[in-house]
Design a binder for this molecule. Structure first.
Ligand SMILES: [Zn+2]
Length: 344
């Protein structure tokens, strides 16, 4: 990737395409979500887009190949020629959940399994069995030259979206401006966790690409770690004071275990911020460990998924010289808020 200054990234979190596909309501939400993305992309003109997990609601997808919905979520970005990368959330490969009403007198609704002209094999048939992380990622990478996503090393199985991208300096493509690390934080077909092998992978990888931790690094995964709970603003205390955001409407729904990733990140001064989705009712950034590392939520971008908070996207802006890492939230209606300087 080539960086100019400034380099702008849009984060689309929790789009939840493919929800309630058998109703009229479901497909309408997908159109609404595409509209959110289009409006943010047209306003912000980002250089890169990150899909921060829960791209689809696989537990609602009835077609055999859920890549049909995954691909719909990518299309506003692809249509504008903007490169992107994706990571998995807990809904992306979740097994189908049979609605209990389908077993009442009304029975299973007539399902049209649906797209006869879909580019993905298996979309004309009903599946009810989900599509694996590997299949979703393979289909994305093989069909999209703008995709920077990767299937992480095999030994990190069953987690898949683990990789690092280097944003190059504008005057020397060999030189890095910043490194972006992507993790699969699990959920769906296996526990919500970042494993010990993923921690070791990060240690190895960061040592290899950024040996003296000279260049700044930022981190992306879907489900907040336990550490988010410790900095979460409580209404009754003053801690909110240091946090920047506009919705504080939920408790942090953290991963199921902590296998050491936070300790490693915390001890590495080059790591400036972690960005997650998952909690649709939170959009804050709070400082962690003496304000050196920021923990940030993105912003619920999709009309699928729980919650009716207004939709938007977190934007990250990186300036090379002098270095600065800035972020804010752009709403569907175009207004901006919650600007925060994460590093300079
Ligand atoms: Zn979600």
């Amino acid at each position: 990737m080539h960086g100019g200054a400034p380099f702008k990234i849009a984060l689309f979190a929790d789009l939840h395409f493919g929800e309630d596909t058998w109703t009229a309501w479901g497909p309408r939400q997908d159109l609404n979500s595409a509209r959110v993305m289009s409006s943010v992309l047209d306003q912000e003109q980002p250089d890169f887009v990150i899909y921060l997990g829960d791209v689809i609601t696989a537990n609602n997808v009835v077609v055999k190949n859920a890549s049909l919905y995954w691909d719909k979520a990518l299309s506003p970005t692809r249509n504008r020629g903007i490169p992107w990368s994706t990571i998995f959330g807990n809904h992306d490969d979740a097994p189908f959940e049979w609605p209990i009403e389908w077993f009442s007198q009304s029975g299973i609704p007539q399902i049209h399994c649906p797209d006869t002209n879909s580019p993905f094999p298996g979309c004309e048939e009903c599946g009810f069995r989900g599509t694996t992380r590997l299949e979703l990622m393979k289909n994305e990478i093989e069909r999209n030259s703008l995709s920077y996503s990767k299937k992480g090393p095999k030994n990190l199985w069953p987690s898949v979206s683990n990789y690092v991208l280097k944003l190059s300096s504008s005057d020397d493509s060999q030189k890095a401006m910043i490194f972006m690390y992507f993790f699969d934080s699990g959920g769906g077909s296996y526990p919500k966790v970042i494993s010990d092998s993923q921690v070791k992978w990060f240690q190895r990888k960061s040592k290899e690409v950024n040996p003296h931790a000279r260049m700044p690094e930022i981190i992306f995964w879907h489900i907040p770690s336990e550490a988010y709970k410790t900095v979460a603003p409580k209404f009754e205390t003053t801690s909110k004071h240091y946090c920047v955001g506009s919705i504080f409407s939920e408790d942090v729904a953290a991963q199921e275990g902590e296998m050491g990733i936070m300790k490693v990140l915390e001890e590495r001064p080059s790591v400036k911020a972690v960005f997650v989705g998952h909690n649709h009712g939170l959009d804050w950034c709070c400082p962690y460990t003496k304000k050196l590392l920021w923990l940030c939520f993105a912003r619920h971008s999709g009309y699928g998924g729980y919650g009716n908070w207004d939709r938007g996207a977190r934007i990250i802006e990186i300036n090379e010289r002098p270095f600065s890492l800035k972020s804010w939230i752009t709403m569907e209606d175009g207004h901006l808020h919650s600007e925060v300087l994460l590093s300079s």
